[in-house]
Design a protein around this ligand. Sequence first.
Ligand SMILES: [Ca+2]
Ligand SMILES: [Ca+2]
Ligand SMILES: [Ca+2]
Ligand SMILES: [Ca+2]
Length: 531
Amino acid sequence: MFNMTSLVGTVVDDATVKFTGKASDGSDVLITVTLQDNLAHLIGQTIPPPNSADFFIFNLNAVAQRKYGGGSGTADDPYQIATVADLIALGNEPNDYDKHFILTADIDLDPNLPGRKVFDKAIIAPDTNAVEDYFQGTPFSGVFDGNGHTISHLTIKGAGYLGLFGNLEFGAKVKDLGVVDVNIAGSGDYVGALAVDNGGTVTRCYSTGTVTGSSDGVGGLVAHNDGLLTACYTTGSVTKSRRYVGGLIGSNEGSLAACYATGSVVGNDCIGGLVGFNNGWIKACYATGDVNCSWWRVGGLVGINFDRGTLIACYATGSVTGGSEVGGLVGRIGWNFGRLDDCYATGSVAGTSYVGGLVGSITSDGLVRLRACYAAGSITGSGDHLGGLVGRNGSSIITACFWDVETSGSTTSDGGTGKTTAEMQTAATFLDAAWDFVGESQNGTENIWAICEGLDYPKLAWQFVIGDYNGDGHTDFMDFCIFGQRWLGNDSSFWCPGGGTDLTNDAFVDFEDLMELADNWLTDISHRGER
Ligand SMILES: [Ca+2]
Ligand SMILES: [Ca+2]
Ligand SMILES: [Ca+2]
Ligand SMILES: [Ca+2]
């Protein structure tokens, strides 16, 4: 027997510690610990005294590997993911799926680089049974903090359920992560760059690259969402997919806020620039990509809006082409009991029948409310039910909505009021219909809309960093200095390109403008639409 406390340790260098001592039988005890990268190597032995009758020899040789790049997986000390090996190790350890992780470096998964590969399923929380529908396996329920880093060149060729994460369960959090230059192609259902199925919270994440599916449920960022996405975007394209296809999300039953998609989207049925199928809540989101649908139900923002589906303060600018039920914003509103408030579409819309600048078709089996919306894109169709605002209105209540009879080339619509381009660029047209603008309080104080009169249609105020006169993305003291220089003088409208400090469109800078500036003091929004 020897007492470990009788060992004497010596730090040899930064990576080596030696311990020596003597056991009660006179044996020498030697233990060496060396540290190298993520490994700790422990070597020990006992050496009996010469001519000893004791034959006991003790040998110790053990290697300890630090998990991932460090950390202990708690909120205060998350596991660090720094290398491809760390990321794959996480994928292979479902027991850690409820832990906290932080990305501490950019990771390049280019399959042409050593040690990488073309994956055939999701890296983290994959579906483990491709034969049975939907998800089998362990969902990720922990926290993955991208820490502003990127994971690039994720390449997956497989059946279905493909993405970086397979299943993000309720409670999971993914944030500040870019999944860039993806190349994901699935022959089955559900493909998305960041996640296949999100039931958790995804914040400030984005994707670029190409996502291709040949079947249902394909999204540039997430295939199916019933969680919450905030300030997420994709610039990638979604190609050659079948049904429920969206630039950002294939099918949405959760909530989206301040998200956008700029890539083109191609598919057959229920195709949208942002979301293919929407049975959720979408606020302050937009899409600018062109949307091309070979069959029906296609929109610049949403392919089909269904059941609880609601759009608030959203817009789309991409051109939309398809068969029937084609809309600048939404292709079909069907069996829908939600609402569309303060939305617009400006892209050109072309199809056969049920073609509308804002909405192609509203079926008669729901009850949806459209309020304070407009459309300005050109309308072309070879069939019937073509409308500047709505192609066919089966059931909705349409209030205070307008379309441009000149740019649309359409003097008819099943709902809404047609206006000339000049009228569509005049504030009074909308103020008289009770639209809530910046600079007035009679129509409300949410101040949803703003306009550069005579030059443009109304825009959503959230598209601007209000009061950011020097254009640096923040409204702060520098802007107040500029404001002070114009105080009680004439200035041009803030809402016009290259505009000045007049926020209330009266060409004069006074207390009303100061009130607006104060309301937006120190704003610094993470994204803006296109002015
Ligand atoms: Ca499955
Ligand atoms: Ca107002
Ligand atoms: Ca500024
Ligand atoms: Ca003013």
